[in-house]
Write a protein that binds this ligand. Structure first.
Ligand SMILES: [Zn+2]
Ligand SMILES: [Zn+2]
Ligand SMILES: [Zn+2]
Length: 134
Protein backbone atom coordinates (compact mmCIF):
# COMPACT_ATOMS: atom_id res chain seq x y z
CA UNK A 1 0.00 0.00 0.00
CA UNK A 2 1.63 3.25 -1.08
CA UNK A 3 -1.09 5.73 -0.17
CA UNK A 4 -1.64 5.71 3.55
CA UNK A 5 -3.62 8.17 5.58
CA UNK A 6 -3.88 7.51 9.28
CA UNK A 7 -6.39 9.46 11.31
CA UNK A 8 -6.09 10.59 14.92
CA UNK A 9 -9.51 10.97 16.46
CA UNK A 10 -11.08 12.18 19.66
CA UNK A 11 -14.46 12.03 21.30
CA UNK A 12 -16.83 14.72 19.94
CA UNK A 13 -18.25 15.14 23.46
CA UNK A 14 -15.30 15.28 25.87
CA UNK A 15 -12.56 15.79 23.25
CA UNK A 16 -10.27 13.21 24.80
CA UNK A 17 -8.21 11.12 22.42
CA UNK A 18 -9.61 7.74 21.44
CA UNK A 19 -6.24 6.52 20.18
CA UNK A 20 -4.73 3.51 21.91
CA UNK A 21 -0.96 3.59 21.46
CA UNK A 22 -0.60 0.20 23.06
CA UNK A 23 -2.96 -1.73 20.82
CA UNK A 24 -1.76 -1.60 17.24
CA UNK A 25 -3.67 -2.49 14.11
CA UNK A 26 -1.64 -2.38 10.90
CA UNK A 27 1.27 -1.00 12.95
CA UNK A 28 -0.73 2.08 13.92
CA UNK A 29 -2.39 3.01 17.19
CA UNK A 30 -5.96 1.76 17.07
CA UNK A 31 -9.14 3.68 17.85
CA UNK A 32 -10.57 2.32 21.08
CA UNK A 33 -14.26 2.70 21.79
CA UNK A 34 -17.00 0.91 23.72
CA UNK A 35 -19.44 -0.98 21.55
CA UNK A 36 -22.94 -2.26 22.21
CA UNK A 37 -24.97 -4.64 20.07
CA UNK A 38 -28.20 -6.17 21.25
CA UNK A 39 -27.64 -6.91 24.94
CA UNK A 40 -23.87 -7.31 24.62
CA UNK A 41 -21.33 -4.68 25.54
CA UNK A 42 -17.64 -4.72 24.88
CA UNK A 43 -14.69 -2.89 23.45
CA UNK A 44 -13.87 -2.48 19.80
CA UNK A 45 -10.60 -1.35 18.20
CA UNK A 46 -10.81 0.18 14.78
CA UNK A 47 -7.91 0.47 12.38
CA UNK A 48 -6.87 4.13 12.11
CA UNK A 49 -5.88 3.89 8.45
CA UNK A 50 -8.48 5.72 6.43
CA UNK A 51 -10.28 3.31 4.15
CA UNK A 52 -9.36 0.22 6.14
CA UNK A 53 -12.26 -1.57 7.83
CA UNK A 54 -10.23 -3.90 10.00
CA UNK A 55 -11.34 -4.08 13.59
CA UNK A 56 -11.12 -6.29 16.64
CA UNK A 57 -14.05 -6.59 18.98
CA UNK A 58 -14.33 -8.60 22.17
CA UNK A 59 -18.02 -9.23 21.50
CA UNK A 60 -19.37 -10.97 18.40
CA UNK A 61 -20.70 -8.40 15.98
CA UNK A 62 -23.54 -9.65 13.83
CA UNK A 63 -23.17 -8.67 10.20
CA UNK A 64 -25.97 -6.30 9.18
CA UNK A 65 -26.90 -5.31 12.75
CA UNK A 66 -26.51 -1.76 14.03
CA UNK A 67 -24.05 -1.11 16.85
CA UNK A 68 -24.00 1.70 19.39
CA UNK A 69 -20.79 3.37 20.43
CA UNK A 70 -19.85 5.01 23.70
CA UNK A 71 -16.78 7.00 24.61
CA UNK A 72 -14.54 5.06 27.04
CA UNK A 73 -13.71 8.34 28.85
CA UNK A 74 -17.01 10.21 29.32
CA UNK A 75 -19.31 7.28 28.53
CA UNK A 76 -21.55 9.42 26.33
CA UNK A 77 -23.01 7.81 23.26
CA UNK A 78 -21.26 8.92 20.10
CA UNK A 79 -23.98 9.44 17.55
CA UNK A 80 -25.41 11.93 15.09
CA UNK A 81 -28.59 12.59 13.17
CA UNK A 82 -26.75 11.89 9.94
CA UNK A 83 -27.93 8.85 8.04
CA UNK A 84 -25.84 6.48 5.95
CA UNK A 85 -26.62 6.95 2.25
CA UNK A 86 -26.02 3.28 1.61
CA UNK A 87 -28.07 1.53 4.29
CA UNK A 88 -30.00 4.15 6.30
CA UNK A 89 -28.27 3.50 9.64
CA UNK A 90 -26.86 6.33 11.73
CA UNK A 91 -23.39 7.66 11.01
CA UNK A 92 -20.92 7.79 13.89
CA UNK A 93 -18.78 10.93 13.92
CA UNK A 94 -15.33 11.24 15.47
CA UNK A 95 -13.57 14.56 15.79
CA UNK A 96 -10.26 14.65 13.97
CA UNK A 97 -7.26 15.85 15.95
CA UNK A 98 -6.45 18.21 13.04
CA UNK A 99 -10.00 19.62 12.86
CA UNK A 100 -13.01 18.33 10.98
CA UNK A 101 -14.41 14.91 11.48
CA UNK A 102 -14.46 11.40 10.15
CA UNK A 103 -17.76 9.52 10.13
CA UNK A 104 -18.47 5.87 9.67
CA UNK A 105 -21.63 3.80 9.42
CA UNK A 106 -22.96 2.13 12.59
CA UNK A 107 -24.12 -0.96 10.74
CA UNK A 108 -21.72 -3.88 10.98
CA UNK A 109 -20.48 -4.80 7.53
CA UNK A 110 -21.41 -1.49 5.90
CA UNK A 111 -18.26 0.21 4.68
CA UNK A 112 -19.64 3.71 4.18
CA UNK A 113 -17.39 6.37 5.70
CA UNK A 114 -16.06 9.77 4.84
CA UNK A 115 -14.06 12.70 6.10
CA UNK A 116 -15.51 16.20 6.41
CA UNK A 117 -13.55 19.36 7.14
CA UNK A 118 -14.77 22.74 8.27
CA UNK A 119 -12.13 24.54 6.26
CA UNK A 120 -11.51 22.28 3.31
CA UNK A 121 -8.42 23.80 1.72
CA UNK A 122 -6.51 24.26 4.94
CA UNK A 123 -7.44 20.93 6.41
CA UNK A 124 -6.69 18.95 3.27
CA UNK A 125 -3.29 20.56 3.02
CA UNK A 126 -2.55 19.67 6.62
CA UNK A 127 -4.05 16.22 6.18
CA UNK A 128 -1.72 15.35 3.32
CA UNK A 129 1.31 17.02 4.85
CA UNK A 130 0.91 15.57 8.31
CA UNK A 131 0.06 12.05 7.25
CA UNK A 132 2.27 11.77 4.22
CA UNK A 133 -0.06 11.13 1.33
CA UNK A 134 2.57 9.87 -1.08
ZN1 LIG B 1 -15.91 11.34 25.59
ZN1 LIG C 1 -5.94 -1.44 8.74
ZN1 LIG D 1 -24.37 2.06 6.17
Amino acid sequence: MSKIIAVNVKCPECRKSLMDEEYLLHDRPSIKINVEMGNKRGTIRLCSLYGCYDHKSDIDLIEGEIAKFHCPHCNKEITSSEICETCGAKMIPFTLEMGGRVSFCSRSGCTKHYVAFEDISDAIRKFYKEYGYR
